[in-house]
Design a protein around this ligand. Structure first.
Ligand code: SF4
Ligand code: SF4
Length: 438
């Protein structure tokens, strides 16, 4: 598609005008912004982006390559909005820019193919990812990584290929293939949502999750979902994100059979809860999108809703200072924490209740780790500076286990620990429950 370089602000920008003018330029968003902390660039702070956006609407600046970098440099973490008296939604401003920019200047062929043709077809995706892992030793997979194909297919896979020696073995979909049908035996059924990150790169996490859900007395049906669409959404490809949302709703079918849809990926559970907004204008799918959002739970949210894991009396969480306790610390994934799903208390309660563990809080535990979809791949230096700061806080806790609930965070945290030469085990909270729960 040839680039449409006609002048004038895109119509969709005007819809946000009344919102962006509420920015009082106070700068309270500045110290909270991980990108600003890493770069010191004012243009990358919410205030800078919002001012640029307003200038474009008022035709004092043009939508063009000169302003693109400011909007590319955003983790969509919402830390700015949380610190803003006017609650300016910088993430929406950034998303609107990314969408309009691609509409005007076109999307890359590879990006369109991946988001619109590959991601809605999980079988094809699996075959491709299997071959990428299989040919890794030939160097072809690394070539695919360098030209950007792997990052588009799945940013987590990109990170995994970067630091993981060897391959993860069979994909999660293969490992859980025998559990496809619901095996309720009178138990309530949960639909296990298979995140791309666990399926392609960290299958052992998904296996642990299913075991814990079964120990909670659930029948587990492994869903035949495709990518939730968050990656496409992050690129501002709202059409592809809506297509993926519809495809998932079609694949899931009747939701009434489920007590809940559970994911141990904070990004997936957060994005599923956004489906009603994504499909708001679609009369055919909006009601079902609402049903899915109501049923969706993050892993820790679901476990605590069911009363937590059973722990034998007298073996509750380790006392501070007790000798044989394992010290753990927790990182809040942006899409799970206070600024998106507000699942903050549940993972901590869960960890505190597990026998032999002592939870110690790290400073800035809810600050973005710098993974943020493809951000870590496209802005490696800034992303590395962001994770280095976080690892300093983690190290100060003295923890030997770093827990989180998102595959992208897990990989970024492992990457950060490796770079810092810091010996710490990074685990998903479902793995911790599997290992240390009753
Ligand atoms: S905190 Fe909010 S109002 Fe203040 S400069 Fe930042 S975006 Fe504008
Ligand atoms: S969303 Fe996060 S990275 Fe983006 S401007 Fe706000 S604080 Fe900075």
């Amino acid at each position: 598609m040839p680039a449409d370089t006609s002048k004038g602000p895109p119509e969709e920008f005007r819809a946000l005008y009344d919102h962006v003018v509420t920015c009082g330029k106070c700068g309270f968003c500045q110290p909270a912004c991980p990108v600003f902390r890493a770069t010191g660039r004012e243009a990358y702070v919410a205030r800078g982006k919002v001012a640029l956006f307003r200038n474009m609407i008022e035709e004092r600046a043009e939508l063009g390559p000169e302003v693109k970098e400011a909007f590319a440099n955003c983790l969509l973490c919402r830390a700015c909005t949380e610190n803003c008296f006017s609650a300016v939604k910088t993430d929406e401003v950034v998303m609107s820019f990314r969408h309009a920019y691609a509409e005007r200047f076109g999307r890359g062929f590879l990006q369109r193919r991946v988001f619109r043709s590959l991601l809605p077809r999980p079988r094809l995706m699996r075959a491709l990812v299997r071959s990428l892992w299989a040919v890794r030793r030939t160097g072809l997979a690394d070539l695919a990584r360098r030209v950007g194909l792997v990052g588009l297919l799945n940013p987590k896979l990109e990170r995994a290929m970067e630091f993981r020696a060897g391959t993860p073995g069979p994909l999660l979909a293969t490992r859980l293939a025998k559990r496809r049908g619901a095996d309720s035996r009178g138990r309530p059924i949960v639909g296990y949502w298979m995140s791309c990150g666990y399926n392609y790169a960290l299958p052992e996490v998904g296996e642990a999750t299913v075991r814990v859900l079964e120990r909670l007395g659930m029948g587990v049906e492994v869903l035949e979902n495709c990518c939730c669409g968050l990656a496409a959404h992050g690129y501002g490809d709202v059409e592809a994100a809506a297509q993926l949302a519809r495809e998932n709703l079609r694949r899931l079918g009747d939701l009434d059979r489920f007590a809940a849809i559970v994911s141990e990926c904070g990004s997936c559970s957060g994005h599923l809860k956004e489906y009603p907004k994504i499909l708001a204008g679609d009369p055919e799918w909006s009601a079902l999108a609402g049903r899915l959002a109501e049923k969706t739970r993050s892993f820790s949210e679901f476990v605590m809703e069911r009363g937590g894991l059973e722990v034998p009396p007298g073996q509750e969480g380790g006392e501070a200072g007790s000798e044989d306790r394992i010290v753990v610390t927790y990182h809040d994934p942006c899409h799970l924490g206070r600024r998106y799903q507000n699942v903050v208390v549940q993972p901590r309660e869960l960890l505190r209740a597990l026998p032999g563990l002592e939870l110690r809080e790290a400073a800035e535990s809810d600050s973005c780790c710098g993974a943020a979809g493809t951000y870590g791949v496209l802005h490696p230096e800034t992303s590395a500076a962001i994770i280095a700061r976080k690892m300093g806080f983690v190290e100060a806790t003295g923890a030997s286990v770093l827990v989180t609930e998102c595959p992208a965070c897990m990989m970024q945290l492992s990457f950060g620990a490796k770079r810092a030469g810091f010996d710490i085990t990074v685990l998903n909270i479902s793995q911790v429950c599997d290992r240390y729960g009753a």
